[in-house]
Design a protein. Structure first.
Length: 254
């Protein structure tokens, strides 16, 4: 067990995916904290409790706010922040065990392998990304954003180990999440005072499809890669159109 490490998950209705995430850190992290959105209606709480996690409830405002609230309630000096659809790999766990003792950084980024329909994607926008998820408590925090808050830290190290991200398992599962991201992304655009128009929505969505499917060779991953590019483009279109709709509601009212 790594006595310096805690794991934090913030979840809502994740009974299907939470067991796998918890199993990957069982017996490794000194503490596992699961922050549950009170709107949860499935067995998420019971699953987390049965796995030995400390279960807390907190009203959801944004991903960043939820993570920062959870971080403040962890007791470990280092916290690995996970989503329910992410899995730690043996290589990542071993590397964290090696790097944490004597670490001078305030946070670490990790590689992330994205999966669509059970297949790992190697190309396109989903061919692999890097995110900051290992934070020194009290020295790093998530910046306030409605979607995918970035981490603010004075120094960020780099880990070679990866998380597995099983994000797109079916269209039925993914599209509601995509639409939620679009709504929150539209709020981020408004907060940043970005001007949204249908023309900009078309341009951003078209480029997202072209970049993910062709420029970055997403088509080489077959239909999973093409679908990933298409749903990303749809989410981009929806985000910009929702921002435009909100900004012009008074002008369009009959």
């Amino acid at each position: 067990m790594n006595g310096e490490l805690g794991v934090l998950l913030t979840v809502r209705d994740e009974a299907a995916m939470l067991p796998g995430a918890l199993a990957g850190v069982a017996g490794w992290a000194a503490e596992v904290v699961v922050v549950v959105d009170p709107r949860t209606v499935d067995d998420t709480r019971e699953i987390a409790t049965a796995a030995g996690a400390r279960v807390l409830e907190h009203h959801y405002e944004s991903s960043a706010a939820q993570c920062n609230w959870g971080l403040a309630r962890c007791s470990s000096p280092w916290v690995l922040v996970l989503d329910a659809d992410e899995r730690t790999t043996p290589a990542l766990r071993a590397e964290i065990d090696t790097r944490l003792p004597g670490a001078v950084e305030d946070a670490f980024s990790v590689a992330r392998h994205n999966f669509a329909f059970g297949r790992r994607l190697h190309w396109g926008d989903w061919g692999g990304d890097r995110i900051v998820r290992l934070l020194r408590r009290g020295r790093a925090a998530f910046e306030p954003r409605a979607v995918h808050g970035a981490v603010s830290a004075a120094s960020v190290g780099r880990l070679r180990g990866a998380l597995e991200h099983h994000t797109l398992r079916s269209l039925e599962q993914y599209l509601p999440k995509l639409e939620d991201y679009a709504r929150r992304g539209a709020a981020d655009l408004a907060a940043a005072r970005r001007v949204a128009t249908p023309v900009r929505a078309f341009a951003h969505a078209g480029w997202r499809l072209l970049r993910g499917g062709v420029v970055r060779l997403g088509w080489l991953d077959g239909w999973p890669g093409v679908t990933a590019a298409a749903v990303s483009a749809w989410g981009t279109w929806l985000k910009w159109m929702l921002a435009w709709e909100a900004a012009t509601a008074d002008q369009r009212r009959p």
